[in-house]
Design a protein around this ligand. Structure first.
Ligand SMILES: [Fe+2]
Length: 305
């Protein structure tokens, strides 16, 4: 039998496997309908991601994206609760400062359980999603704490080894040459650590570990907090530098074979490369496919001019 627990990641860090921590954001009232409708009402339209995911029999994903449209907060909430939508509000740190302050207090408690962990930046996304929504296999180039606040979701966390998380793909994501999706096959399923989250539970996992999420037939609300540490900054910089070298025909060493001084040197080089505009982002601004609507299939109505 494969040893799936002790080899969850090839990247050093204080978090060695997915683990649940308690949090108090639900008890503080942040996930109630009235609070959600109010925040949806006032949130800046350019900070919304509205996605509709479809999967084929092999689990391969296709994505449609929605415009914010003109529904009120309460109507948008109803469209999410009845539909098949995944709505992400970016920059919670400025968009909902009261929630953010409470979440940072909770983060400090989580961080204190991992000796040596010290975040230098944190950012948050509030994810409000339909009962049947599923997020495809991907990784985040950051540490993550997922504060689950409402509904039930099942999180699948996979090993961060070369088979599940090829460094070439990581480079492409870090250098914004592609979105965060990784090659996925159903054969990975036997390698997943599977955790069911209830409101009041926060989940964290080893840095970079690939993961995917299935809502368990309930409307779901979670705050996804990502964070950088100095080691993650160094590695992201090294991955960016490697992407640049690779784009010029180089064959860079994998970062998992670099010690801290080499990672730090590559990070420093990446800053100069970024200043020089070495690699332009290839992530196009998406054409929108729909607008949220109440009482239509999937909660996805036609775009209106
Ligand atoms: Fe993620």
């Amino acid at each position: 039998m494969r040893d799936v627990v002790s080899k969850r990641t090839r990247y050093p860090g204080p978090i060695t496997e997915a683990r649940v921590h308690p949090h108090s954001l639900v008890a503080q009232g942040f996930a109630e309908d009235a609070a959600l409708a109010a925040v949806l009402d006032r949130y800046p339209a350019d900070l919304f991601d509205i996605n509709l995911y479809d999967y084929d029999a092999e689990g391969q994903v296709s994505l449609r994206t929605g415009a914010r449209g003109r529904l009120s907060g309460a109507e948008l909430l109803a469209a999410i609760q009845q539909g098949r939508l995944w709505v992400n509000l970016r920059n919670v740190e400025t968009g909902w400062p009261e929630l953010w302050a409470a979440a940072m207090d909770e983060f400090a408690k989580v961080q204190a359980t991992y000796p040596g962990m010290k975040a230098v930046t944190n950012a948050g996304q509030l994810i409000i999603s339909s009962p049947v929504a599923k997020v495809p296999y991907h990784f985040d180039p950051a540490g993550v704490v997922l504060f689950h606040m409402r509904g039930r979701k099942r999180v699948f966390v996979y090993p961060g080894d070369e088979a599940h998380l090829p460094e070439k793909n990581m480079e492409q994501v870090v250098a914004r040459q592609t979105t965060e999706e990784l090659p996925y096959t159903r054969a990975f399923e036997g390698d997943a650590q599977v955790m069911d989250l209830e409101p009041g539970q926060a989940l964290t996992w080893p840095i970079y570990a690939p993961h995917r999420v299935e809502n368990l037939d309930r409307f779901c609300v979670s705050l996804s907090m990502d964070f950088q540490t100095w080691p993650s900054r160094f590695r992201n910089g090294a991955l960016f530098a490697n992407a640049v070298l690779r784009s010029r025909g180089g064959r860079p060493r994998m970062t998992d074979r670099m010690a801290t001084p080499e990672l730090a040197a590559r990070w420093a080089a990446s800053l100069a490369m970024k200043r020089a505009g070495a690699l332009k982002s290839r992530i196009a601004t998406f054409e929108r496919d729909f607008e949220p609507e109440v009482g239509v299939a999937d909660g996805a109505g036609a775009l209106r001019a």
